[in-house]
Design a protein around this ligand. Structure first.
Ligand code: GUN
Length: 293
């Protein structure tokens, strides 16, 4: 039986800490941090995530701006919007919610964001700094996982960490952070992906598994070592007629099976997802502080 890594409670704690900081800022007569989110199109999941990010800003006292653009917007018009945000002195940071429509080149868009406002940490300048262990904006999902490990005081030094998925948003940065010198850190990391052979043999050797694959219930009990730490990044919408929304959110980990073997495990929902939002807010505070200096 495992201990639940409660991302919701931990995220609430971080938001409370930020709320106190915002109050001190406002009491000093200064404007609060300001985050903007750009959403292109009407993808249901993206609408939910962006809505949640904006509501969290309001809750802790940040200013927030949601910019909704049609899904047939041209790349040039989107780049114009980004340029305006880059040059707005009263805006500390912004994100462009992914995925973008097929006719837009994601790389061109992400590289157009001013690195000083790139609170997602996706710009090559920030990704490079992160890889070198320099202070910068760290992508919110892997940052949230590191923070969860830290706040639960889980020691992963010298342990074998297996990351499933090599996306630029989660898997790749995760593999770098887990191996970085520090606490949490110092893990021996294996980054696995769609071409990996004998994945189950590798995950069975893992002291910590981070699954960022997007395949519901993929990681089963037979793939996990007794006492492993299991981090589930999956948030797939699975149709479910019995649910009022018509779907349920399912993680990569077969939770009911794996919780019997793991030492610690993140639930879905209520694990990594809320931590992602908390760390985006934290990155925005960092952007604000730099902007004030
Ligand atoms: N889509 C899925 N995760 C993310 C994220 O962390 N940031 C942005 N901008 N888009 C996403």
């Amino acid at each position: 039986m495992s201990i639940i890594l409660d991302g919701k409670a931990t995220s609430n704690q971080i938001k409370e800490e930020l709320t106190i900081q915002v109050k001190q800022i406002k009491d000093a007569g200064k404007r609060p941090p300001h985050l903007a989110a750009v959403l292109v199109g009407n993808d249901g999941a993206s609408l939910t995530y962006v809505g949640s990010k904006v509501r969290s800003c309001e809750r802790i006292g940040y200013d927030s701006t949601l910019i909704k653009l049609d899904d047939d917007i041209s790349q040039e018009a989107l780049l114009d919007t980004i340029e305006k945000l880059n040059n707005d002195p009263l805006l500390d940071g912004f994100i462009v919610q992914l995925p973008l429509p097929k006719h837009i080149d994601e790389e061109v868009v992400l590289h157009a964001i001013n690195p000083n406002k790139d609170v997602d940490g996706f710009h090559p300048t920030n990704f490079g700094k992160m890889a070198l262990g320099m202070q910068t904006f760290i992508p919110a999902t892997p940052f949230g996982i590191m923070e969860l490990l830290k706040r639960y005081k889980l020691d992963i030094s010298g342990k074998h960490a297996v990351v499933i998925g090599r996306s630029h948003i989660v898997g790749r940065p995760m593999s770098i952070l887990l191996s970085e010198k520090g606490n949490p850190g110092n893990a021996t990391v294996t980054l696995t992906h769609s071409r990996t052979q004998n994945l189950a043999d590798i995950t069975r050797e893992a002291d910590i598994v981070v699954s960022a694959l997007g395949v519901p219930n993929f990681l089963t009990a037979d793939m996990v070592k007794d006492g492993a730490i299991i981090i589930d990044v999956g948030i797939t919408r699975v149709p479910d007629a019995d649910h009022p929304k018509g779907y349920v959110i399912v993680g990569d980990v077969h939770f009911d099976q794996v919780k019997e073997k793991a030492s610690y495990i993140t639930p879905v929902p209520g694990g990594v997802g809320p931590m992602t939002i908390a760390m985006l807010l934290q990155n925005t505070m960092l952007a604000y502080q730099r902007n004030q200096d």
